[in-house]
Ligand binder design. Structure first.
Ligand code: ADP
Ligand SMILES: N[C@@H](CCOP(=O)(O)O)C(=O)O
Length: 286
């Protein structure tokens, strides 16, 4: 059995902790068979190879009596880079328990479980459902709504350094002044409305108008402003900080991707540019 989970790009600017999109990088988890102890084979640096691996801890949180397995993980999703690697591990763990214990979890149940673990649905919900998803929690329970996908590609600028989500969240203010919060919320509301209305002139303008997190994180990711300015000169539709960064995501028409990529490289930036497309299926068996 092989479980495939897509990467995810969260926030899309003002949709902080609420909006995310599944994109075409994948974690593949193969179950090699029962084992005396949990064994996770992977080429993902210092991540654990035993029962402390996040995939295993998540699976055991769903099904504590799950017997140890020998697993193999192959993932294209860079760790601690703002493309939902932690969420891919959580979703893979939930699906592992779901399959091995025949739990028959619904998509809604998977979103609830994963969001409770992650604390916010903007990575895990698109990783489970695929596509573009808007979600939140009310009275301790999560809801996720799928939005129409925009017909464009992504140019993901992936820097050579990583930025743990926890560190990027530590850079955020404890609170916002009331009028600032009202404006930030209005930007997000209008952004969501424009996505559903497919009014992309408004959507892409607001995608660059976040007031919740980007103003406080841009000093951690100086490439954000640089790439946003390059995008304005080279056909980009909008640029935002992917998740907690450091990946910087640019929405661009497929026909304009090549010139934009050249411009980024010509600017002397040290990261790599990867063309990504929305994933519409979410977690699945392959
Ligand atoms: N493929 C994986 N398998 C197991 N654990 C993973 C995997 N990818 C990420 N993680 C866990 O998630 C952590 C990174 O999470 P985070 O800082 O939120 O980065 P990201 O922005 O990539 O989600 C890693 O330190 C590790 O604990
Ligand atoms: N809303 C979160 C999203 C984190 O995404 P990740 O891909 O960096 O894990 C945040 O902005 O902190």
């Amino acid at each position: 059995m092989i479980i495939q989970v897509p990467a995810s790009s969260a926030n899309l600017g003002p949709g902080f902790d609420s909006i995310g999109i599944a994109v075409s990088l994948y974690l593949k988890l193969e179950v090699l068979g029962p084992s005396d102890n949990w064994q996770v084979d992977h080429q993902l640096g210092k991540l654990p190879h035993d029962e402390t691996n996040m995939i295993v801890t998540t699976a055991l949180s769903v099904a504590p009596d799950l017997p140890p397995q020998h697993l193999q993980v192959v993932s294209e999703i860079p760790v601690a880079h703002g493309l939902g690697s932690s969420s891919s591990a959580i979703v893979a763990g939930i699906e592992l328990a779901n399959q091995l214990k025949d739990l028959n979890l619904s998509k809604e149940e998977k979103v609830e479980i994963a969001s409770q673990i992650e604390g916010h649905p903007d990575n895990v919900a698109p990783a489970i459902l695929g596509g573009l998803v808007v979600g939140t929690h009310i009275n301790g329970h999560f809801s996720a709504v799928e939005a129409p996908l925009f017909p464009y590609a992504f140019a993901a600028y992936i820097p050579p350094y990583n930025l743990k989500t926890a560190d990027a969240r530590a850079a955020l203010p404890y609170q916002l002044e009331y009028s600032q919060a009202v404006h930030a919320s209005a930007v997000a509301n209008t952004f969501v409305a424009s996505l559903f209305a497919k009014n992309y002139d408004v959507a892409f303008k607001l995608m660059e108008a976040d007031r919740f997190h980007e103003p406080y994180r841009k000093e951690l990711v100086p490439e954000l402003d640089q790439i946003r300015e390059l995008g304005k000169k080279h056909g980009a539709l909008a640029t935002y900080l992917s998740g907690a960064g450091p990946t910087v995501m640019t929405v661009i028409d497929n026909d304009d991707y090549g010139l934009f990529e050249q411009a980024v490289h010509a600017a002397g930036l040290k990261g790599k540019v990867v063309r990504l497309h929305p994933d519409v299926e979410g977690v699945k068996l392959i």
